[in-house]
Write a protein that binds this ligand. Structure first.
Ligand SMILES: NC(=O)c1ccc[n+]([C@@H]2O[C@H](COP(=O)([O-])OP(=O)(O)OC[C@H]3O[C@@H](n4cnc5c(N)ncnc54)[C@H](O)[C@@H]3O)[C@@H](O)[C@H]2O)c1
Ligand SMILES: N[C@@H](CCO)C(=O)O
Ligand code: NA
Length: 433
């Protein structure tokens, strides 16, 4: 039976995502009410620029005082889509203290302070849902928190940032420049307010922290995630990748150690074979593989950024939280009972693709091979090509077998010191084989 008192929703932020949340709440009001068992009403919208005309939002709902809105006491659910750590953290905490549940899309905040926010939510008997924070529209947080709660997840690997995938895809397929592709991603509403978060890998690292925490039932913070962005990926790297039958993607990889005693989480560009499903993830799409003991390998794929796709995930959470409210219950809280340590990047076992400019003379190959051997790194393939410019240099491309990342980076440092190595043209990890 339909409850007549409407559930009241406060929307914090009315930008790319917030405006779409408001639009869908209005246009789908009847369906949402039927699914929840109670009408849902937009009771207030906190913005920074009150003078701006916002289609479909009654001007009397708009306020610049987000704090007063979350303190009102009659609000059932606060939807936080302003982004950033503060004032979002204080507003969410205040919402819990004043009897509201929260739906957020804010990965930066959840990766920094998710544990504390979950604790406040639990203390006040409220829900904290954040499907939109990871991989946009793709259902991933809920499947990990709920559908896979009975399995043991060992690995989560994928593309979790739409902006950088859009840029890398453009660089690879159309030869577009980095800045031009970034401007386009920003105009399409994919990039963060400060796109440094995207291109330097902070956004993907925040998502990796959230995913690792949920997947392995432990606490992983942003600082625990090894991070390299994609700003140094060049067209020469793409040319090298092409010669190997690969492309380059910014990957987030979270793994449980083989002995189960620790976990790792990392974000960095990597070469992947063109035959791997991640190689065909185009534009702002995301794709994530989850490997679980009983389920085997699962792939989640879909739009990872943009106002409307992200609003879909926010609305899904809103319906879930409202249903809980109608039933007088709450959903699952944080499940970080294992407290596994996060190992450093040096312990992660990876493969490197290394492209060197070397002197084209006898003994150089042997000298380079010796450095690999001294660091305990086994070589998979070597390709040498003399340069035609008469400068007495050759290009040497080495692909290694798997080895601890510390041994691989130590090898590169030692190679740089050889007189016969004139330069390191490209170093890239190789994944997906
Ligand atoms: N855009 C996407 O594709 C996407 C996808 C997933 C998650 N997210 C997340 O959703 C959140 C919002 O992203 P967005 O793309 O809509 O950003 P946006 O910059 O378009 O919108 C944020 C809005 O919040 C407003 N705002 C900032 N501080 C405020 C305050 N104190 N009070 C009231 N309003 C305030 C800003 O004026 C802006 O209009 C971020 O956490 C982001 O990481 C975005
Ligand atoms: N800026 C983010 C938004 C989605 O979280 C991205 O490009 O993936
Ligand atoms: Na999602």
């Amino acid at each position: 039976m339909m409850r007549t008192r409407p559930l009241k929703v406060a929307l914090l932020g009315c930008g790319v995502v917030g405006s779409e949340v408001a639009r869908i709440m209005t246009t789908h009001a009847a369906d949402l009410a039927a699914r929840i068992g109670a009408p849902v009403e937009l009771a207030g919208v906190a913005v920074r620029r009150p003078g701006k005309v916002r289609a479909g939002i009654a001007p009397e709902l708009v306020t610049t005082d987000a704090t007063a809105l979350v303190k009102r006491g009659d609000i059932d659910v606060v939807v936080e889509v302003i982004g950033g750590v503060e004032p979002a953290r204080t507003l969410i905490t205040t919402a819990f203290e004043h009897g509201a549940s929260v739906v957020s899309a804010n990965k930066a905040l959840l990766a920094e302070d998710g544990a504390a926010l979950h604790a406040v939510a639990e203390r006040h008997g409220q829900d904290l849902y954040y499907e939109a924070a990871v991989a946009g529209a793709i259902p991933l947080v809920r499947p990990l928190r709920e559908s896979l709660a009975g399995d043991k997840v060992n690995r989560v690997l994928g593309i979790v940032n739409g902006t950088t995938n859009f840029i890398l895809d453009k660089m690879d397929t159309s030869g577009a420049g980095y800045s031009e592709a970034l401007d386009e991603a920003t105009a399409l509403g994919y990039a963060e307010a400060d796109p440094t978060a995207d291109v330097e890998g902070f956004d993907a690292a925040a998502k990796a922290a959230i995913l690792a925490g949920i997947a392995f039932h432990t606490r992983v913070r942003l600082d625990d995630v090894y991070r390299e962005g994609m700003t140094e990926v060049t067209s020469a790297d793409f040319a090298s990748a092409k010669r190997m039958g690969c492309t380059i993607k910014l990957l987030a990889i979270c793994e449980r150690a083989a002995d189960g005693g620790s976990v790792t989480a990392r974000v960095h560009p990597a070469m992947i074979p063109l035959s791997h499903p991640l190689a065909s993830v185009r534009g702002a799409y995301n794709a994530v593989f989850v490997e679980a003991e009983a389920a085997g390998q699962l792939m989640f794929y879909g739009p990872g950024a943009g106002g409307s796709p992200t609003a879909s995930a926010v609305l899904g959470d809103l319906v879930a939280v409202c249903r809980n409210r109608v039933e007088g219950s709450t959903g699952p809280g944080e499940s970080a009972y294992t407290q596994l340590p996060v190992s450093p990047m040096g312990d992660v076992v990876t493969r490197y693709h290394i492209s060197l400019d070397v002197a084209d003379k006898p003994g150089v190959l042997a000298q380079v091979a010796t450095v690999f051997a001294e660091h305990g790194v086994s070589i998979d393939t070597v390709r040498q090509q003399s340069r035609q410019d008469g400068g007495g240099e050759a290009s040497l491309v080495v692909v290694t077998h798997r080895a601890p990342d510390a041994a691989l980076s130590g090898t590169v440092e030692a190679l740089r010191k050889l007189d016969t190595v004139r330069g390191v043209a490209s170093i890239m990890r190789v994944e997906g084989e």
